[in-house]
Design a binder for this molecule. Structure first.
Ligand code: SAH
Length: 216
């Protein structure tokens, strides 16, 4: 292995041990997938050397790739299973999408920025993830043609719960979404129970980029 690859591999392994396992993410499938997904290939060249650091990184167009721990936590809260159809709102770099793609049957992702939608699709295609579909569009509308979803994860923060996303959740499905104002949000998990009753719980404070209203 060339020296540079070896260094990246060590940074990657340290990230999983210190940032993910140490903070309580124990699901073997999630750890395996995070170990095998090359995060440095999802970020622009100017921040590539920081890809395994304990923080979000700018990826252009006002977006950030989420902190590794937050990706792991949201994945754990969503609990994707091999037979699940999952919707993501805010593809950004495509990193969270790739993680979900390896744990679910199908992943659909909606990204409002045309440039990010294009580059996420390209990265995911080049890395060989074949069960993922990227679409440019407004995430507030979800993806009606592909609904219902067993899981929906939102990676930008809306001020309140988007109704269309609740409607597109299957019974037994889960929605993981940061809700709140600019940079000050609460990570919420909504479970749609049999009959459509919603169960809501608050997990922790988080700091995501705000979800843009359509047309902005
Ligand atoms: N999961 C991504 C996070 C990217 S940041 C990653 O880890 O790389 C949040 C993303 O949500 C940005 O790419 C932003 O362009 C997108 N976004 C913001 N408002 C949106 C909306 N209304 N619909 C769809 N995507 C939106």
């Amino acid at each position: 292995m060339p020296v540079a690859d070896d260094r990246v591999a060590r940074q990657h392994e340290r990230m999983v041990a210190n940032q993910i396992e140490n903070r309580g993410i124990r699901h073997p499938d999630i750890l395996r997938v995070i170990r095998s997904t090359p995060r440095h290939l999802f970020v622009p060249a100017n921040v590539r050397s920081k890809a395994y650091e304990d923080r979000p990184l700018p990826i252009g167009y006002g977006a950030t790739i989420s902190q590794p721990y937050i990706v792991a936590l949201m994945t754990e809260l969503l609990a994707p299973a091999k037979k699940h159809r999952v919707l993501e709102i805010g593809a950004g770099s495509g990193y969270q999408t790739a993680i979900l793609g390896q744990l679910a049957a199908e992943v659909y992702t909606v990204e409002i920025s045309p440039e990010l939608a294009r580059s996420a699709a390209k990265t995911l295609r080049e890395l060989g993830y074949t069960n993922i579909t990227v679409r440019q569009g407004d995430g507030y509308q979800g993806w009606l043609e592909r609904a219902p979803f067993d899981g929906i994860v939102v990676t930008a923060a809306p001020p309140e719960l988007p109704e269309a996303l609740i409607a597109q959740l299957s019974e037994g499905g889960r929605l993981v979404v940061p809700i709140g104002s600019m940079w000050n949000q609460e990570l919420i998990v909504i479970e749609k129970q049999a009959g459509g009753t919603l169960k809501r719980r608050s997990v922790c404070p988080v700091s995501f980029v705000p979800m843009k209203p359509a047309g902005k």
